[in-house]
Design a protein around this ligand. Structure first.
Ligand code: ZN
Length: 154
């Protein structure tokens, strides 16, 4: 069968950036399984999988708008250094988890550090990046009624 809305699809994939660096890969792990049409994976990849079948191998290049979005400058923020008490060796490129005080944990990346302030970037690490996927379709089946009710693959 071919992949269509409400198919449960398993893929192996390798994701590389424009520099050819492997950013993510399912190699050596279970394939990624998702409910097609549910928005569980980025739209550029989901769209490329439409109509594909088991055994299909393909490459797709996904622009930021159909990937993890453009970099939002408002999500790069300057925070007083006092907010980072207890964290030693703050330096650019360092990933942190920040609690916003409402119980939400955000993953941020430190961009700049000076005596008073720290500039943190709350954008998704892959925001603004062109993504290159190598994909192999491992399995395709109809979703069960339970999966459809839950809106995700089991
Ligand atoms: Zn469920």
């Amino acid at each position: 069968m071919n992949i269509e809305k409400n198919s449960v699809v398993a893929i192996h994939y390798k994701l590389t950036d424009d520099e050819g660096t492997v950013v993510d890969s399912s190699e050596g792990q279970e394939p990624l399984t998702y409910l097609h049409g549910s928005g569980a994976i980025i739209s550029g990849l989901e769209g490329a999988l439409e109509g594909k079948a088991v055994g299909d191998v393909f490459q797709v290049t996904v622009q930021p708008a159909e990937g993890y979005g453009e970099i939002n400058p408002e999500m790069i923020q300057t925070v007083p250094r006092s907010a980072f008490q207890g964290i030693e060796n703050l330096e650019p490129g360092m990933p942190l988890q920040a609690d916003d005080g409402n119980g939400n944990v955000h993953h941020v990346i430190v961009r700049e550090v000076n005596d008073q302030d720290v500039v943190v970037d709350v954008n998704h690490p892959l925001a603004g990046k062109v993504l290159h996927f190598d994909v192999t379709v491992e399995s395709v089946r109809d979703a069960t009624s339970e999966e459809l009710a839950h809106g995700h693959a089991h």
